[in-house]
Design a protein around this ligand. Structure first.
Ligand code: SF4
Length: 304
């Protein structure tokens, strides 16, 4: 079946099952094209909670679909390819977090949303890459155990007086960017502005002109007067950036910025998910309630 037939079938199935398709900004172009909404992980989960649709096809990786379930447990959440996971989220287990909490009994646990439902459930409060600094600075505790992304933890540490204890995890994709990549791009495009994600190494974020979450990068690209941007986040973001700013020039800071997990969903898997209402993502009730409490506490700090 060719891609336009598939798109038509997906569109019919969506209507038949009262479903919507949400696609993360890192998904392949074809998936972003047919999505009802594209965005970052937490923005999409909030959208999932506010829609009237009964079925959410979440095209991202597992922790994102779990967040959608946590925020809207009454809905059916499908992930077209269940193999799509996240090495960052997998870098911490609930058992390891429990052990670390014992090592730092005074510390408050701040958990980046790029983590499993189990880890969120053991945390005091969640944060996104956009609000991490604000969340940490809102807390009464002096000591913060920040999980699981060490690079985001370093970024927060540079913007707070609190003691940050970073978990030793990282996004294997953003961590690949090194300062030499920035120097090379500056040489190639001396008039370009470098924008990077805070999941990048601290020496990389220190050199960039702008540091922000994917959503913030998309907003910045729209608002900046500069017509040439060097992008330090996952390649899929270029789809949205180019669509939003057809007259601007975008260059990826490194060709390594491709997340293989994010490329697993495709049109035929979306069609199959809608046909079979499978694979579904579920979160046990107790975990869901505890993880929800950590997310809700974040929302009280920042009306995301
Ligand atoms: Fe995980 Fe990084 Fe891939 Fe996002 S880009 S899913 S944080 S490995």
């Amino acid at each position: 079946m060719n891609s336009s037939d598939l798109k038509e079938e997906i569109s019919d199935l969506k209507v038949k099952h009262n479903a919507i398709i949400l696609a993360h900004n890192y998904q392949i172009d074809e998936v972003q094209e047919i999505a009802d909404y594209t965005g970052d992980s937490f923005g999409l989960s909030k959208l999932a909670a506010s829609t009237d649709a009964e079925i959410i096809v979440f095209c991202g990786v597992l922790f994102m679909a779990e967040s959608a379930v946590i925020l809207s447990p009454e809905k059916t959440v499908l992930q077209p390819d269940l193999q799509a996971g996240c090495p960052l989220a997998d870098s911490i287990t609930p058992e390891a977090l429990q052990a670390k909490k014992k090592e730092y009994p005074e510390a408050v646990v701040v958990c980046y949303v790029n983590s499993s439902a189990d880890v969120k459930a053991l945390s005091d409060i969640c944060c996104t890459s956009a609000n991490a600094v604000k969340v940490v600075n809102s807390l009464a505790e002096r000591q913060v155990l920040f999980v699981p992304d060490k690079n985001l933890a370093f970024y927060v540490a540079a913007h707070t007086k609190k003691e940050i204890i970073p978990w030793d995890g990282c996004c294997s994709i953003h961590h690949k960017v090194v300062v030499d990549d920035l120097y090379k791009q500056r040489k190639l495009h001396p008039d370009g502005i470098i924008v990077v994600h805070p999941e990048c190494r601290p020496e990389v974020t220190a050199l960039a002109d702008f540091v922000g979450s994917t959503a913030e990068i998309i907003r910045f690209a729209r608002e900046t007067a500069s017509n040439k941007l060097i992008i330090g986040t996952e390649i899929g973001t270029l789809y949205r950036l180019k669509n939003d700013n057809p007259h601007k020039e975008f260059h990826l800071v490194s060709e390594e910025l491709i997340c293989p997990d994010m490329k697993l969903n495709n049109l035929s898997k979306i069609r199959d998910a809608l046909l079979n209402k499978q694979p579904q993502v579920n979160v046990p009730v107790q975990t869901r309630k505890e993880a929800f409490a950590a997310l809700e506490r974040m929302l009280q700090v920042n009306d995301y």
